[in-house]
Design a binder for this molecule. Structure first.
Ligand code: GLP
Length: 255
């Protein structure tokens, strides 16, 4: 696991974008796993800039998003479908047919329909040849995608109940806590671990504990992000604040 500590969020975003761009240039048909949340917004802005100014071509790229709230239509401003369109897809030349964001309009009580959707999503990833590079954020409680503490480390795409902590952290995007969905459909920890490469981004003091646990803590389902320690090609890009609780720190890069 490579941990890159940056001066600030801007630097973090630029290093992350460079990595994604390198892959897309080397493999124009790359399969990208994408995340939502505030952490990757700078990365997406930089990719848009590279597309517009440097001709970075996404026309043959396939994308799979990690998760989606249950109960929000794709045009709901807080849905992850909408987020991805506004913050990335609308500004790039990604082919509509190659964009995959999980379906949020699922009935949590309809188990067969949920299972059918989740199996289909996993199959689509396989059919695309697997994810080449998965971008990840991290929750304050160490969740990745919506794999909350206690999620099985081998889990596959399924429905998850959001913790109160996560709902509170995400209330800033909604008008009230009641409006924050209670459930989400999310790639599993096992699904994420099958990506050929992982790129986890974290910034700000609020993420310092989760980053310390992820880098230095024991691997545990109670902090799902700790599983990245087992990945053969994982890079964490964190700003100084998110890295502030790491004990094994050297000038520049930490390996
Ligand atoms: C959400 C998402 C995660 C994201 C996390 C952190 O709960 N499901 O994919 O990584 O929040 O979000 P942020 O980057 O806004 O801190």
């Amino acid at each position: 696991m490579l941990v890159i500590v940056t001066e600030n969020y801007d630097e973090l975003s630029k290093i992350a974008a460079k990595k994604v761009a390198e892959l897309v240039r080397k493999k124009p048909t790359a399969v990208l796993g994408l995340a939502t949340g505030s952490s990757p917004i700078g990365l997406y802005k930089e990719l848009i800039r590279m597309h517009k100014n440097e001709g970075l071509d996404f026309s043959k790229v396939t994308t799979f998003n990690l998760d989606e709230y249950i109960g929000l239509t794709p045009d709901h401003p807080e849905s992850y479908n909408y987020f991805m369109r506004k913050n990335l897809f609308d500004e790039l030349n990604v082919d509509e047919r190659f964009i995959n964001v999980p379906q949020g309009m699922l009935d949590v009580k309809n188990i067969p329909a949920i299972e059918e959707f989740c199996t289909w999503y996993e199959d689509e990833i396989k059919k695309a040849g697997g994810i080449d590079l998965q971008v990840l954020g991290i929750g304050v409680n160490g969740h990745i995608a919506f794999n909350e503490p206690g999620s099985s480390l081998g889990s596959r795409t399924r429905v998850k109940t959001l913790t109160e902590e996560t709902r509170k952290a995400n209330v800033r995007f909604f008008n009230s806590e009641e409006e924050v969905p209670k459930y989400a459909v999310s790639m599993g920890v096992g699904t994420i671990m099958e990506a050929k490469e992982l790129l986890l981004l974290a910034n700000g003091k609020g993420k310092a504990k989760a980053i310390k646990a992820t880098v230095e803590g024991p691997i545990t389902a109670m902090v799902p992000a700790t599983i990245v320690q087992m990945h053969s090609k994982a890079t964490l890009i964190v700003d100084k604040e998110a890295a502030s609780e790491l004990t094994r720190k050297y000038e520049g890069w930490i390996v």
